[in-house]
Design a protein around this ligand. Structure first.
Ligand code: ADP
Ligand code: MG
Length: 324
């Protein structure tokens, strides 16, 4: 199978020419460039994420889940900005034209794309070590993108969903701990099939003062918001939302997975205290649970406190459990 057959068969979905204009894509796959038409009065938001085997996914992941995850991590960036997904580009390096891989990968990719109304508008395909590079484009009304830079002292700090399960699954794969089969399946789903919080991000437009998605771990990603906003924060460890599986683990493992887990793809955001009711309504409207987990301070730095409000010293130190 040649490069053009491969694109036609698995990515152009029967139409090498025009895609409907409905999502701002006037012309999609098939020409030298895609032609896009931004909605008047809107800004385009663009983000790219590359996935490399061994670093961003394990060779044990199914092609269908990999297709899902490759797009999901990109949609998560649009979600963090409160953007509505419009178009994406897929650049692929493949060791060989493996039809079973391509069928599964494109199925997982398009299932998620269709769920979010985003159109594959182009890309590039080449032979090489497996590498998946996606660029997504979305829109917000002019000036309404959620940014990392808007957090203000006394804002509430919020988190969506639950944190830490993906890291727990990774540690099981690494062999540093073990879980009963059904619990492993549960956390493995969070690692391999993350659900980008696009609806929540959109519902937070005009409400949240700042937002970021958690891809590298809560403490680190929140640190980006604090740095860009020139503020600090106090985080209440006991209030961080976690699954029943993680909640049953030893305290130090919970702390590590919650604070520096990574691959969560939840949103962390800030909003003024007077917006509390509206934030809860945004969560309900988007069918996404949201939790108040701390406060923004004028004093720079991140402080983590326990259930009694006592400061936890060095909350990010490494843990014996994971030293193999
Ligand atoms: P060019 O040689 O001009 O770069 P290509 O032959 O690489 O064009 O691609 C032909 C068409 O197929 C272009 O519209 C391009 O965007 C699209 N395309 C190539 N690879 C992919 C892919 N993996 N997914 C989606 N579209 C692709
Ligand atoms: Mg090309």
């Amino acid at each position: 199978m040649g490069e053009f057959d491969l694109i036609a068969r698995y990515f152009a979905r029967g139409a090498m020419a025009a895609n409907p204009d409905a999502f701002g894509v006037v012309l999609g796959i098939g020409d030298d460039c895609a032609v896009l038409a931004p909605t008047p009065g809107h800004h385009w938001l663009v983000s790219a994420d590359m996935l490399v085997e061994g670093r961003h996914f394990l060779s044990t992941v199914s092609p269908r889940r990999l297709g899902h995850k490759a797009l999901a991590v990109n949609l998560s960036d649009l979600a963090a900005c409160g953007a509505s997904p419009r178009a994406f580009f897929l650049s692929l390096a493949l060791p060989r034209a493996d039809e079973a891989f391509l069928a599964g990968f494109s199925q997982g990719l398009f299932e998620l794309a269709d769920a979010h109304g985003i159109v594959l508008a182009g890309g590039d395909t080449t032979a090489g070590p497996l590498n998946i590079n996606i660029t997504v484009m979305g829109e917000t009304p002019r000036g309404q993108a959620l940014l990392r830079s808007g957090a203000r002292a006394d804002d509430d700090l919020w988190v969506s969903g639950t944190l830490g399960d993906a890291r727990l699954a990774l540690e099981v794969f690494r062999g540093t701990l073990s879980l009963p089969g059904h619990q492993f399946d549960e956390v493995r789903l969070r690692m391999e099939l993350p659900e980008p919080r696009v609806a929540l991000g959109r519902a937070l437009r005009g409400l949240a003062t700042s937002a970021i998605d958690v891809s590298d771990g809560l403490a680190g990603d929140l640190g980006h918001v604090l740095a860009r906003s020139g503020v600090g924060a106090t985080l209440r460890l006991a209030d961080l939302p976690r699954s029943a599986v993680l909640g049953a683990m030893p305290q130090d493992i919970q702390q590590l997975c919650l604070l520096s887990g990574g691959d969560d793809y939840e949103l962390v955001f800030t909003a003024p205290a007077e917006a509390r009711e509206r934030v809860l309504a945004a969560g309900r409207e988007s069918a996404t649970p949201v939790y108040r987990v701390g406060r923004i301070d004028a004093q720079p730095g991140l402080r983590v406190v326990d259930g009694a409000g006592r400061l936890i010293e060095q909350p990010l130190q490494s843990f014996d459990h994971f030293k193999s």
